[in-house]
Design a protein around this ligand. Structure first.
Ligand code: SF4
Length: 452
């Protein structure tokens, strides 16, 4: 596991996406952003009637009943960057070991500089377990990540999400009732979903990506299924194919398709499940022939990357290595030199000889931070438009200062709690993931007899 301790403040802020957005918005820097509203404080979008706010997910439909953030006190909304930095630093110093701050790779630098650990969602949930003395875990990420941290932490540890409006548009594309309804329709097609064939396999195994609600992790736990990350998706699918004739994969169609394709599953045997259509939009015959049923979900950050951007990068930077995240569409993954999780991308850059050039297809905060941390390389984002994840962007330093100062006063705000009825099966699905191992390599052929 790679858990990164944040480097020095001056390195980070030299590359800040927030600063770039402000300069572009004022017309004092070249470039463009996907939404001029990014230059405003995220509180301007809290509690509003609709939408994930400016950024890559601004065109997605936010589900009714999604958590809303109450009004952030004015003293945090009007504070300068320097004041917020000092207030966060002082609150953390007062709290000491009583708090641990986790910063996801896609967070803005002005938050990451205060993180005790940075990493991807599962790395961070595990990192929190190394600080059992902490009474509070402040997760600077999105809602499903805080839920996962709550699943893995002690019951007396409070997991705090600084802005409750920091959901995840991809996770929201698969809700529990739609998946339950899908499951019932699959039972009509396949019959008893617990009945095994001659090889001991059930008709379908549900697999959920880590980027999903705790409710869905609980659903797969109750139904013989498993969780995967972008690092272990292939191992998890192999686990599932040992136990099932096919897989129902949600919420990210692209991770499911890219992983199954790399395993040799034909595209024709990967129908999409659109929850708004009967049988997801497929025929019973297509579902009978399916190996992987892909939920109709996607990440709006990674969907921005295109084959044309890769062609342009190759034309402008001969010898460039193009690495993209497997949440990108299949043609983009096929056109890249490599695809892998955020951890994979970081390690590839760390291992490269000085003077390498990388075009990276993942969230821009991580890409710009890597460019600042590895000046011996040329590193740039495939997408020339500055367009961060809308919901990660909701975690502004103002919210971090607020939740920490509330803790100093003995008050826990924005606590994320998963009820036991959901947490028990969700933990079971996570435990299955941790126990899943890649298949042992085939034994090497016996050496030929001498003289043969
Ligand atoms: S980058 Fe995509 S998957 Fe990650 S939190 Fe943002 S919307 Fe969700």
């Amino acid at each position: 596991m790679t858990i990164v301790q944040p480097p020095a403040r001056d390195i980070r802020l030299a590359a800040s996406v927030d600063r770039s957005i402000r300069l572009i918005s004022k017309g004092s820097a070249a470039g463009s952003t996907c939404a001029p509203e990014l230059a405003k404080g995220p509180w301007e979008f809290d509690g509003g009637p609709s939408g994930y706010g400016p950024g890559a997910s601004m065109g997605d439909v936010i589900p009714t009943g999604s958590p809303r953030q109450g009004a952030l006190p004015e003293r945090y909304r009007t504070a300068s960057d320097a004041e917020l930095h000092e207030r966060i630093r002082a609150a953390k110093a007062t709290l000491g070991e009583r708090v641990v701050v986790l910063g996801h790779f896609y967070q803005r630098d002005e938050v990451i500089e205060h993180a005790d650990f940075t990493g991807d969602s599962f790395q961070l949930a595990n990192a929190a377990m190394t600080r059992p003395e902490a009474e509070a875990i402040v997760f600077c990420g999105v809602h499903f990540m805080a839920e996962t941290a709550d699943l893995l932490s002690r019951p007396d540890q409070a997991v705090i999400l600084p802005n409750l409006a920091a959901g995840c548009s991809m996770a929201d594309m698969a809700d529990e009732s739609s998946v339950e309804e899908c499951w019932e329709q699959l039972e009509e097609v396949y019959g008893d979903l617990t009945a095994t064939d001659a090889d001991g396999r059930v008709p379908v195994i549900p697999v959920t990506y880590m980027n999903s609600s705790a409710a869905l992790k609980g659903f797969v736990g109750r139904n013989g299924g498993i969780v995967c990350t972008s690092s272990n998706a292939r191992t998890v699918l192999e686990w599932a194919f040992e136990r099932g004739q096919r897989v129902l994969f949600f919420p990210d169609q692209h991770l499911g398709r890219n992983t199954a394709k790399a395993m040799g599953v034909p595209i024709e045997q990967m129908p999409m499940w659109n929850p708004r259509k009967p049988l997801g939009g497929s025929t019973a015959e297509e579902l009978a022939d399916a190996r992987v049923i892909l939920w109709h979900g996607f990440c709006s950050v990674h969907r921005r990357f295109t084959v044309e951007q890769i062609a342009q990068a190759r034309a402008e930077h001969p010898g460039v290595q193009v690495i993209v995240h497997p949440e990108c569409p299949m043609p983009v993954v096929d056109a890249a030199d490599a695809a892998g999780s955020t951890d994979f991308i970081v390690k590839a850059i760390q291992a490269a000889p000085a003077g390498s050039t990388f075009a990276i297809g993942t969230e821009i905060n991580l890409v710009q931070r890597l460019a600042a941390e590895y000046p011996q390389h040329t590193i740039f984002c495939l997408d020339p438009v500055v367009c961060p994840c809308s919901t990660m962007y909701r975690i502004h330093p103002g919210y971090l200062a607020w939740v920490l100062e509330e803790l100093v006063e003995g008050r826990v705000v924005n606590r994320i709690t998963v009820p036991d009825s959901v947490a028990d099966p969700a933990r079971l699905a996570l435990e299955r993931m941790l126990a899943a191992k890649p298949p042992a390599p085939a034994p090497a052929p016996a050496p030929a007899p001498a003289g043969a």
